[in-house]
Design a protein around this ligand. Structure first.
Ligand SMILES: Nc1nc2c(ncn2[C@@H]2O[C@H](COP(=O)(O)OP(=O)(O)O)[C@@H](O)[C@H]2O)c(=O)[nH]1
Ligand SMILES: [Mg+2]
Length: 311
Protein backbone atom coordinates (compact mmCIF):
# COMPACT_ATOMS: atom_id res chain seq x y z
CA UNK A 1 0.00 0.00 0.00
CA UNK A 2 2.86 2.42 -0.61
CA UNK A 3 0.73 4.37 -3.00
CA UNK A 4 2.26 7.77 -2.48
CA UNK A 5 5.81 6.53 -2.28
CA UNK A 6 7.18 7.86 -5.58
CA UNK A 7 5.94 11.39 -5.22
CA UNK A 8 6.75 11.53 -1.54
CA UNK A 9 10.30 10.45 -2.19
CA UNK A 10 10.61 13.14 -4.82
CA UNK A 11 9.41 15.75 -2.36
CA UNK A 12 11.41 14.32 0.53
CA UNK A 13 14.48 14.37 -1.70
CA UNK A 14 13.97 18.06 -2.37
CA UNK A 15 13.68 18.65 1.34
CA UNK A 16 16.91 16.79 1.85
CA UNK A 17 15.86 13.44 3.31
CA UNK A 18 13.21 10.73 3.20
CA UNK A 19 10.32 11.36 5.56
CA UNK A 20 8.43 8.43 6.96
CA UNK A 21 5.37 10.59 7.61
CA UNK A 22 4.79 10.85 3.90
CA UNK A 23 3.40 7.35 3.92
CA UNK A 24 0.60 8.26 6.31
CA UNK A 25 -1.44 9.35 3.32
CA UNK A 26 -2.07 5.75 2.29
CA UNK A 27 -3.78 4.74 5.50
CA UNK A 28 -6.99 6.48 4.75
CA UNK A 29 -10.41 4.89 4.74
CA UNK A 30 -10.05 1.21 3.72
CA UNK A 31 -11.21 0.10 7.17
CA UNK A 32 -14.48 1.98 6.79
CA UNK A 33 -15.13 1.10 3.19
CA UNK A 34 -17.10 -2.12 3.68
CA UNK A 35 -19.33 -0.56 6.34
CA UNK A 36 -19.86 2.60 4.28
CA UNK A 37 -20.78 0.57 1.22
CA UNK A 38 -23.26 -1.54 3.20
CA UNK A 39 -24.96 1.56 4.60
CA UNK A 40 -25.24 3.18 1.21
CA UNK A 41 -26.62 0.03 -0.39
CA UNK A 42 -29.29 -0.09 2.34
CA UNK A 43 -30.30 3.51 1.70
CA UNK A 44 -30.13 3.30 -2.05
CA UNK A 45 -32.85 0.66 -2.00
CA UNK A 46 -35.21 3.31 -0.66
CA UNK A 47 -34.76 5.78 -3.51
CA UNK A 48 -35.62 6.07 -7.21
CA UNK A 49 -32.96 8.55 -8.31
CA UNK A 50 -29.53 9.46 -6.97
CA UNK A 51 -28.01 12.95 -7.08
CA UNK A 52 -24.31 12.31 -7.53
CA UNK A 53 -22.33 15.31 -6.34
CA UNK A 54 -18.82 15.85 -7.61
CA UNK A 55 -16.45 18.76 -7.19
CA UNK A 56 -16.40 20.90 -10.34
CA UNK A 57 -12.66 21.34 -9.81
CA UNK A 58 -12.22 17.57 -9.90
CA UNK A 59 -14.90 16.13 -12.17
CA UNK A 60 -13.07 12.80 -12.43
CA UNK A 61 -10.95 12.62 -9.29
CA UNK A 62 -13.86 13.35 -6.95
CA UNK A 63 -16.06 10.56 -8.37
CA UNK A 64 -16.25 7.34 -6.42
CA UNK A 65 -14.55 4.47 -8.26
CA UNK A 66 -17.31 1.97 -7.50
CA UNK A 67 -20.25 4.24 -8.08
CA UNK A 68 -21.68 2.36 -11.03
CA UNK A 69 -21.52 -0.87 -9.04
CA UNK A 70 -23.15 0.80 -6.06
CA UNK A 71 -25.90 2.32 -8.20
CA UNK A 72 -26.63 -1.05 -9.78
CA UNK A 73 -28.43 0.61 -12.70
CA UNK A 74 -30.32 3.08 -10.49
CA UNK A 75 -30.81 6.34 -12.44
CA UNK A 76 -28.69 9.27 -11.35
CA UNK A 77 -28.12 12.95 -12.04
CA UNK A 78 -24.56 14.25 -11.99
CA UNK A 79 -24.02 17.61 -10.31
CA UNK A 80 -20.78 19.54 -10.69
CA UNK A 81 -20.87 21.42 -7.39
CA UNK A 82 -18.59 24.22 -6.18
CA UNK A 83 -18.66 25.63 -9.70
CA UNK A 84 -17.79 29.02 -8.21
CA UNK A 85 -14.31 27.66 -7.40
CA UNK A 86 -13.69 26.07 -10.81
CA UNK A 87 -12.59 27.74 -14.05
CA UNK A 88 -15.62 28.51 -16.19
CA UNK A 89 -14.14 27.40 -19.50
CA UNK A 90 -12.96 24.09 -18.01
CA UNK A 91 -16.40 23.53 -16.48
CA UNK A 92 -18.02 24.11 -19.88
CA UNK A 93 -15.74 21.46 -21.34
CA UNK A 94 -16.55 18.98 -18.60
CA UNK A 95 -20.24 19.65 -19.08
CA UNK A 96 -19.88 18.77 -22.77
CA UNK A 97 -17.74 15.76 -21.97
CA UNK A 98 -20.33 14.21 -19.66
CA UNK A 99 -23.33 15.33 -21.73
CA UNK A 100 -21.86 13.60 -24.76
CA UNK A 101 -21.61 10.42 -22.73
CA UNK A 102 -25.32 10.69 -21.98
CA UNK A 103 -25.12 11.84 -18.36
CA UNK A 104 -27.92 14.12 -17.15
CA UNK A 105 -25.70 16.83 -15.68
CA UNK A 106 -25.91 20.24 -14.05
CA UNK A 107 -23.40 22.80 -12.84
CA UNK A 108 -24.15 24.11 -9.36
CA UNK A 109 -23.07 26.27 -6.45
CA UNK A 110 -24.80 24.84 -3.39
CA UNK A 111 -23.59 27.67 -1.17
CA UNK A 112 -25.47 30.26 -3.14
CA UNK A 113 -29.19 30.63 -3.11
CA UNK A 114 -29.75 29.56 -6.67
CA UNK A 115 -33.42 30.43 -6.76
CA UNK A 116 -36.34 28.46 -8.13
CA UNK A 117 -35.02 28.12 -11.65
CA UNK A 118 -31.93 26.16 -10.68
CA UNK A 119 -33.86 23.94 -8.30
CA UNK A 120 -36.40 23.33 -11.05
CA UNK A 121 -33.61 22.30 -13.42
CA UNK A 122 -32.51 19.63 -10.96
CA UNK A 123 -36.05 18.43 -10.37
CA UNK A 124 -36.75 18.28 -14.12
CA UNK A 125 -33.69 16.08 -14.62
CA UNK A 126 -34.78 13.93 -11.68
CA UNK A 127 -38.32 13.54 -13.05
CA UNK A 128 -36.96 12.64 -16.43
CA UNK A 129 -34.69 10.02 -14.90
CA UNK A 130 -37.56 8.58 -12.86
CA UNK A 131 -39.95 8.16 -15.80
CA UNK A 132 -39.27 4.47 -16.37
CA UNK A 133 -39.46 3.60 -12.69
CA UNK A 134 -42.81 5.37 -12.33
CA UNK A 135 -44.15 3.66 -15.47
CA UNK A 136 -43.10 0.25 -14.14
CA UNK A 137 -44.72 1.02 -10.80
CA UNK A 138 -47.95 2.03 -12.48
CA UNK A 139 -47.90 -1.14 -14.59
CA UNK A 140 -47.72 -3.13 -11.35
CA UNK A 141 -50.80 -1.26 -10.12
CA UNK A 142 -48.91 0.98 -7.67
CA UNK A 143 -50.48 4.44 -7.83
CA UNK A 144 -47.83 6.17 -5.70
CA UNK A 145 -46.01 8.49 -8.07
CA UNK A 146 -43.75 10.14 -5.50
CA UNK A 147 -40.10 10.15 -6.58
CA UNK A 148 -37.60 9.59 -3.80
CA UNK A 149 -34.03 10.74 -4.11
CA UNK A 150 -30.82 10.92 -2.15
CA UNK A 151 -27.55 12.79 -2.41
CA UNK A 152 -24.33 10.82 -2.77
CA UNK A 153 -20.73 11.99 -2.88
CA UNK A 154 -17.29 11.89 -1.32
CA UNK A 155 -16.63 13.91 1.86
CA UNK A 156 -16.69 17.68 1.69
CA UNK A 157 -18.14 17.86 -1.82
CA UNK A 158 -21.11 19.84 -0.49
CA UNK A 159 -23.77 17.19 0.18
CA UNK A 160 -25.17 18.77 3.35
CA UNK A 161 -25.05 22.22 1.79
CA UNK A 162 -26.90 20.88 -1.24
CA UNK A 163 -29.58 19.30 0.94
CA UNK A 164 -30.01 22.59 2.78
CA UNK A 165 -30.17 24.43 -0.52
CA UNK A 166 -32.85 22.13 -1.94
CA UNK A 167 -34.92 22.03 1.23
CA UNK A 168 -34.52 25.77 1.80
CA UNK A 169 -33.30 25.32 5.35
CA UNK A 170 -30.61 27.28 7.11
CA UNK A 171 -27.15 25.82 7.41
CA UNK A 172 -27.11 22.75 9.62
CA UNK A 173 -24.47 20.11 10.04
CA UNK A 174 -22.12 21.42 7.43
CA UNK A 175 -18.47 21.87 8.16
CA UNK A 176 -15.24 22.42 6.37
CA UNK A 177 -14.11 18.94 7.35
CA UNK A 178 -15.38 15.61 5.98
CA UNK A 179 -17.83 13.31 7.65
CA UNK A 180 -20.06 15.47 9.83
CA UNK A 181 -23.51 14.44 8.69
CA UNK A 182 -25.91 12.40 10.85
CA UNK A 183 -29.66 11.75 11.16
CA UNK A 184 -32.27 10.46 8.72
CA UNK A 185 -35.71 11.58 7.52
CA UNK A 186 -37.61 12.45 4.36
CA UNK A 187 -38.17 16.03 3.25
CA UNK A 188 -40.76 16.91 0.62
CA UNK A 189 -39.22 19.17 -2.05
CA UNK A 190 -42.35 19.38 -4.18
CA UNK A 191 -45.61 17.48 -4.34
CA UNK A 192 -44.01 14.62 -6.24
CA UNK A 193 -40.42 14.65 -5.00
CA UNK A 194 -39.00 13.64 -1.61
CA UNK A 195 -35.39 13.86 -0.52
CA UNK A 196 -33.66 11.62 2.00
CA UNK A 197 -32.33 14.02 4.60
CA UNK A 198 -29.14 12.02 4.97
CA UNK A 199 -26.48 12.00 2.29
CA UNK A 200 -24.53 8.93 1.33
CA UNK A 201 -20.89 9.53 2.10
CA UNK A 202 -18.73 7.77 -0.45
CA UNK A 203 -15.03 7.12 -0.19
CA UNK A 204 -12.83 8.77 -2.81
CA UNK A 205 -10.45 7.23 -5.29
CA UNK A 206 -7.02 6.62 -3.92
CA UNK A 207 -5.47 4.24 -6.40
CA UNK A 208 -3.54 7.08 -7.99
CA UNK A 209 -1.26 9.24 -5.83
CA UNK A 210 -1.91 12.34 -7.92
CA UNK A 211 -5.64 12.00 -7.27
CA UNK A 212 -4.90 11.68 -3.55
CA UNK A 213 -2.96 14.94 -3.61
CA UNK A 214 -5.65 16.73 -5.62
CA UNK A 215 -8.30 15.60 -3.15
CA UNK A 216 -6.16 16.66 -0.20
CA UNK A 217 -5.38 20.03 -1.81
CA UNK A 218 -9.07 20.82 -2.24
CA UNK A 219 -9.88 19.68 1.31
CA UNK A 220 -11.65 16.36 0.67
CA UNK A 221 -9.25 14.37 2.83
CA UNK A 222 -8.99 14.77 6.58
CA UNK A 223 -6.15 16.95 7.72
CA UNK A 224 -4.65 14.32 10.00
CA UNK A 225 -3.85 11.93 7.16
CA UNK A 226 -1.41 14.08 5.27
CA UNK A 227 1.58 16.19 6.01
CA UNK A 228 0.78 19.79 5.14
CA UNK A 229 4.35 20.62 4.12
CA UNK A 230 4.54 17.73 1.66
CA UNK A 231 1.09 18.50 0.32
CA UNK A 232 1.85 22.17 -0.12
CA UNK A 233 5.08 21.39 -1.99
CA UNK A 234 3.15 19.08 -4.28
CA UNK A 235 0.60 21.85 -4.83
CA UNK A 236 3.28 24.48 -5.53
CA UNK A 237 4.79 22.07 -8.06
CA UNK A 238 1.40 21.38 -9.67
CA UNK A 239 0.53 25.07 -9.93
CA UNK A 240 3.93 25.97 -11.38
CA UNK A 241 3.38 23.34 -14.08
CA UNK A 242 -0.31 23.77 -14.85
CA UNK A 243 -1.19 27.32 -13.84
CA UNK A 244 1.96 29.37 -14.43
CA UNK A 245 1.74 32.91 -13.13
CA UNK A 246 -0.76 32.25 -10.35
CA UNK A 247 1.81 31.98 -7.57
CA UNK A 248 3.87 34.88 -8.91
CA UNK A 249 0.79 37.05 -9.07
CA UNK A 250 -0.28 36.29 -5.51
CA UNK A 251 3.10 36.30 -3.77
CA UNK A 252 5.42 38.26 -6.10
CA UNK A 253 7.97 35.44 -6.14
CA UNK A 254 10.10 34.00 -8.94
CA UNK A 255 8.44 30.88 -10.37
CA UNK A 256 11.45 29.49 -12.21
CA UNK A 257 12.85 27.53 -9.28
CA UNK A 258 12.20 24.35 -7.35
CA UNK A 259 8.96 24.20 -5.32
CA UNK A 260 10.79 24.21 -2.01
CA UNK A 261 12.64 27.39 -3.06
CA UNK A 262 9.33 28.98 -4.09
CA UNK A 263 7.76 28.15 -0.72
CA UNK A 264 10.87 29.42 1.07
CA UNK A 265 10.59 32.72 -0.80
CA UNK A 266 6.92 33.00 0.09
CA UNK A 267 7.86 32.50 3.75
CA UNK A 268 10.52 35.19 3.56
CA UNK A 269 8.15 37.65 1.92
CA UNK A 270 5.59 37.04 4.61
CA UNK A 271 8.16 37.15 7.39
CA UNK A 272 7.61 33.55 8.56
CA UNK A 273 10.89 33.07 10.35
CA UNK A 274 12.05 31.05 13.31
CA UNK A 275 14.93 31.92 15.61
CA UNK A 276 18.23 32.21 13.78
CA UNK A 277 16.58 33.64 10.69
CA UNK A 278 15.55 30.27 9.23
CA UNK A 279 12.23 30.24 7.41
CA UNK A 280 9.24 28.57 9.06
CA UNK A 281 8.26 26.29 6.18
CA UNK A 282 5.52 24.54 8.17
CA UNK A 283 3.78 27.83 8.82
CA UNK A 284 4.19 28.91 5.21
CA UNK A 285 2.77 25.58 4.03
CA UNK A 286 -0.30 25.89 6.25
CA UNK A 287 -1.02 29.42 5.10
CA UNK A 288 -0.40 28.61 1.44
CA UNK A 289 -2.89 25.70 1.62
CA UNK A 290 -5.46 27.82 3.44
CA UNK A 291 -5.14 30.61 0.88
CA UNK A 292 -5.43 28.17 -2.00
CA UNK A 293 -8.57 26.63 -0.52
CA UNK A 294 -9.94 30.07 0.22
CA UNK A 295 -9.72 30.92 -3.48
CA UNK A 296 -6.92 33.49 -3.03
CA UNK A 297 -5.04 32.01 -6.00
CA UNK A 298 -8.13 32.28 -8.16
CA UNK A 299 -10.40 29.63 -9.60
CA UNK A 300 -8.49 26.42 -10.22
CA UNK A 301 -9.82 23.34 -12.01
CA UNK A 302 -7.41 20.52 -11.17
CA UNK A 303 -8.74 17.81 -13.51
CA UNK A 304 -7.99 19.15 -16.96
CA UNK A 305 -9.51 17.97 -20.20
CA UNK A 306 -7.67 20.36 -22.46
CA UNK A 307 -4.25 20.18 -24.10
CA UNK A 308 -1.58 17.80 -22.94
CA UNK A 309 -2.39 18.11 -19.27
CA UNK A 310 -5.29 15.68 -19.09
CA UNK A 311 -5.85 15.23 -15.36
N1 LIG B 1 -17.47 27.71 -2.61
C1 LIG B 1 -18.36 26.73 -2.40
N2 LIG B 1 -18.32 26.08 -1.23
C2 LIG B 1 -19.23 25.09 -1.04
C3 LIG B 1 -20.19 24.73 -2.01
N3 LIG B 1 -20.93 23.71 -1.51
C4 LIG B 1 -20.45 23.46 -0.28
N4 LIG B 1 -19.42 24.29 0.02
C5 LIG B 1 -18.59 24.32 1.25
O1 LIG B 1 -17.86 23.10 1.30
C6 LIG B 1 -17.71 22.68 2.65
C7 LIG B 1 -18.25 21.26 2.78
O2 LIG B 1 -19.64 21.27 2.57
P1 LIG B 1 -20.59 20.16 3.22
O3 LIG B 1 -21.96 20.42 2.72
O4 LIG B 1 -20.37 20.08 4.67
O5 LIG B 1 -19.97 18.85 2.52
P2 LIG B 1 -20.37 17.30 2.76
O6 LIG B 1 -19.26 16.73 3.57
O7 LIG B 1 -20.40 16.71 1.39
O8 LIG B 1 -21.70 17.27 3.42
C8 LIG B 1 -18.48 23.69 3.50
O9 LIG B 1 -17.54 24.62 4.00
C9 LIG B 1 -19.40 24.36 2.53
O10 LIG B 1 -19.72 25.68 2.89
C10 LIG B 1 -20.20 25.46 -3.26
O11 LIG B 1 -20.96 25.19 -4.19
N5 LIG B 1 -19.25 26.44 -3.37
MG1 LIG C 1 -22.18 16.56 5.28
Amino acid sequence: MLLFCGTMNKIAFRLGGCKEEGFRLVNWFPGHMAKTKRLILENIKLVDVVLELVDARLPISSRNPLLQEILGGKPSVLILNKADLAEEEETRQWLNYYSQQGFPILVFNALKNQGRNEKKKILDLVRNQAKNVLARRLARGIRNQVIRLMVLGIPNVGKSTMINNLTGRGVTETADRPGVTRGKQWVRLEGDVELLDMPGILWPKFADPVIGFKLAATGAIREMVYDSLELSLWLVDWLLQHKPGRIAQRYQVEEKQEPVAVLTEICRKRGFLVSGGEVDLEKGAGIFLAEYRGGKLGRVTMDLLTGEAKC
